[in-house]
Design a protein around this ligand. Structure first.
Ligand code: ZN
Ligand code: ZN
Length: 583
């Protein structure tokens, strides 16, 4: 029996919307996914002129027999989906069967395939079979697409620049390789290997092969599950961040997906571990029952809908936060590994930058979900770095009135005193702001605040929230409030300034008052104000106290703006730099 079946007209119509062949990357995608379905162990992709001149995909999969081969170019033929019900399960990679005939209708396709017994060679141009002959070939399939859109000049125009098409293909093949570490992928562009993975079935090794050693050595393993989802993957330490979101790579049941909520959960988990404008490298495999995956989503889109999205995003947020929390995240001052892949990576990055408009724009607002961060049962699943957090730092001195020099058994450290104190104060403020019990201090001299009518009304609508926070506040004549007391955590000597800042935050808030965002914002602002500035010489005792307090923080490694607080010179690095050690 042939493996490819002809699907019903009804089903064909349903998935016809998915039949979009307009970019080199979508052709590469379709051909590679066919190879994966054919159980290939090795997939080689050759491109010329970013795929405009040539796209060739060679695999060592099952291949097709004589009957299957021509059937593959018939419309409504698919090896994957052949009943309407099957549409319900997107546990296969996508929707196939329409792609090959579509590609063949707008280009010249040369197919060589063999199931190990019979080999078939076919040439199809503009949908017409020009050559079909038996041939002796080894098992597998190779498909060569040339003259793309030769007969549809209107679509030809839609192809982007060579660099941009190549960047899209590269980005796609990288994602595919990461989602299938057991398959060896090679992407060659005009005889230069751009992507090469070994098919080791080791995700970290695949990350290494794609991003280079400087990234793979700074990845932390994550693993967690709840009733509906299993997570596995790697997240980067905050010392290696990217300036775009394209490196948060997620798979649902081995299918590459781009989902706003999932990306937001990943990004939020790094809150205060990184600046808002930087984004982590994360490779995350999500496995779930295919029935939870919503099918009513355009099959060519990489987006996905899940019926238990909140459970999933909670698990992601919590797992990543816990992993960051439990690992030692002090960046080494010295780059230890040779950057062998740097040139390649830079090349690809530049290409990808050019094509960034390809990606769905997202505006990720950094808010943090405190409810989700409460300890739940999946905690035991978090993989902890052997260097479990037991940080202790001893001060040696102060350089430039700015950097504390410290040491311990494993190395010498530089600590930015302002950033360090900012972190300490931020965590203290957050705890005070979140605490259920509020203590209030009366103001010796009450502060009156005069506002415009609209500002007054806005503040009035949040009067209760202010009282809950520990402010003693009353109306005091026309458009005026009087503050008679404030929560004790407010910085002494800066009460009026802080109150005015809080009022600004309330009045300036667009959609009403968001307590969580407000707490964050006020905690950070006040932390910065409360902290010693650079160029202030603090005593040895003060340094000692600062370091102890920093080490006791939930995240001692970054200030609340995401900048680093500590940098390490390991003993090994120092010995190497002074040539005490030659390896
Ligand atoms: Zn600051
Ligand atoms: Zn800061």
């Amino acid at each position: 029996m042939s493996k490819i079946k002809v699907m019903s007209e009804n089903l064909a119509n349903k998935i016809a919307a998915g039949e979009v062949v307009e970019k080199s990357a979508s052709i590469v995608k379709e051909l590679c996914e066919n190879s994966i379905d054919a159980k290939a162990h090795s997939i080689i992709i050759n491109l010329e002129e970013g795929g405009k001149k040539l796209i060739e995909v060679i695999d060592d999969g099952e291949g097709m027999n004589e009957e299957d081969a021509p059937l593959a170019f018939q419309r409504h033929a698919t090896s994957k989906i052949y009943k309407d019900d099957d549409l319900f399960f997107i546990d296969t990679l996508g929707f196939r069967g329409e792609a090959l005939p579509s590609i063949a209708s707008v280009s010249r396709v040369e197919l060589k395939t063999s199931d190990g017994n019979t080999g078939t060679h076919m040439v199809i141009e503009g949908g017409k079979i020009l050559v079909k002959e038996k041939s002796s070939l080894k098992k597998g399939t190779s498909i060569k697409v040339t003259n793309l859109f030769y007969n549809t000049p209107a679509r030809l125009k839609y192809l982007k620049s060579e660099a941009s098409e190549l960047a899209n293909c590269t980005s796609f093949v990288e994602r595919l390789a990461l989602s299938h570490p057991s398959i060896a992928f090679t992407l060659n562009h005009e005889n230069h290997a751009i992507v090469k993975t070994s098919g080791s079935n080791d995700l970290l090794k695949t990350i290494h092969e794609i991003y280079g050693v400087s990234v793979s050595h700074r990845m932390l393993e994550i693993r967690a599950s709840n009733d509906d989802f299993d997570l596995y993957g790697y997240i980067c330490k905050p010392e290696i961040l990217k300036s775009n979101r394209n490196h948060m790579i997620t798979f649902v049941n081995d299918r590459v997906v781009k989902n706003f909520e999932i990306n937001k959960a990943i990004n939020d988990a790094y809150y205060t571990y990184k600046p808002d404008i930087k984004f982590p490298i994360v490779v995350l495999k999500i496995n779930t029952d295919p029935t939870l995956v919503d099918v009513n989503i355009h099959p060519t889109k990489q987006d996905i809908k899940l019926s238990k999205m909140e459970e999933l995003t909670d698990l992601i947020l919590k797992t990543i936060k816990d992993t960051l929390y439990k690992n030692l995240l002090i960046p080494d001052a010295v780059e230890r590994m040779p950057e062998s892949n740097e040139a390649k990576q830079e090349f690809v990055e530049n290409r990808i930058k050019e094509s960034e408009e390809e990606y769905i724009p997202e505006t990720i607002q950094t808010t943090i979900d405190f409810a989700a961060s409460e300890k739940t049962t999946s905690e035991k699943n978090v993989v902890v770095n052997p260097e479990m957090k037991e940080l202790k730092l001893y001060p040696v001195g102060l350089a430039h009135g700015t950097y504390i020099i410290a040491e311990n058994e494993t190395g010498v450290y530089l600590i930015d005193q302002h950033a360090a104190q900012e972190r300490i104060n931020y965590e203290r403020n957050m705890k005070a702001l979140q605490s259920k019990t509020v203590s209030t201090t009366d103001l010796l001299f009450p502060i009156t605040i005069e506002l415009s009518q609209s500002e007054f009304l806005k503040l009035k609508s949040e009067e209760e929230a202010l009282k809950e926070m520990g402010f003693k506040i009353e109306e005091f004549g026309l458009n005026t409030f009087i503050f008679k007391g404030h929560p004790t955590w407010l910085l002494e000597g800066h009460e009026e300034e802080s109150i005015r800042r809080i009022i600004d935050l309330i009045i300036g808030g667009l959609q009403g008052f968001d307590r969580i965002k407000f707490n964050e914002s006020i905690a950070i602002t006040l932390a910065c104000k409360m902290s010693i500035k650079a160029n202030m010489h603090i005593s040895h005792e003060a340094q000692e106290e600062l370091l102890n307090e920093l080490c006791a923080c939930d995240n001692p490694y970054n200030c609340p703006h995401g900048r680093p607080t500590i940098i390490k010179f390991s003993i090994y690095d120092l010995e190497r730099m002074f040539k005490r050690s030659m390896n």
